[in-house]
Design a protein around this ligand. Sequence first.
Ligand code: HEC
Length: 106
Amino acid sequence: MSRMRLSLLLALVAAPALAGAQNLTLKNEAIILPDRGTQFSGPGAEVVNDNCRTCHSAGMVLNQPKMSAAAWRAEAEKMIHVYKAPIDAKDVGAIVAYLAAMRVSQ
Ligand code: HEC
């Protein structure tokens, strides 16, 4: 059964059950999901999270081969000019500094 059909079936079954419920109370709950490598972490991570995670997980970027700062700069420029990533030019230096510190070639 396709996902959409299953969702429709659940909606049809669950809706009348919910409509009939008395004293239904909804409340907000905060949950912490496990970090599966989707976010950049550590000092300076915010600018990379803001600019790169639109299209990539942190794991995808950090599992690349180690590269020099110049190579990371070229990578960021490629994202901007080839893939049209909406990255502010003033952020490129901080992005390169973070990535070079995390994934620099020896
Ligand atoms: C607008 C979407 C977009 C954004 C934002 C973006 N990228 Fe990419 N990136 C791509 C695409 C498309 C590819 C090529 C296809 C692929 O490998 O997923 C790619 C590929 C890559 C690769 C693999 C090597 C290569 O050159 O193909 C790396 C590393 C990378 N991106 C890093 C970054 C970093 C670092 C940032 C943030 C500064 C970033 N990307 C932001 C779209 C984006």
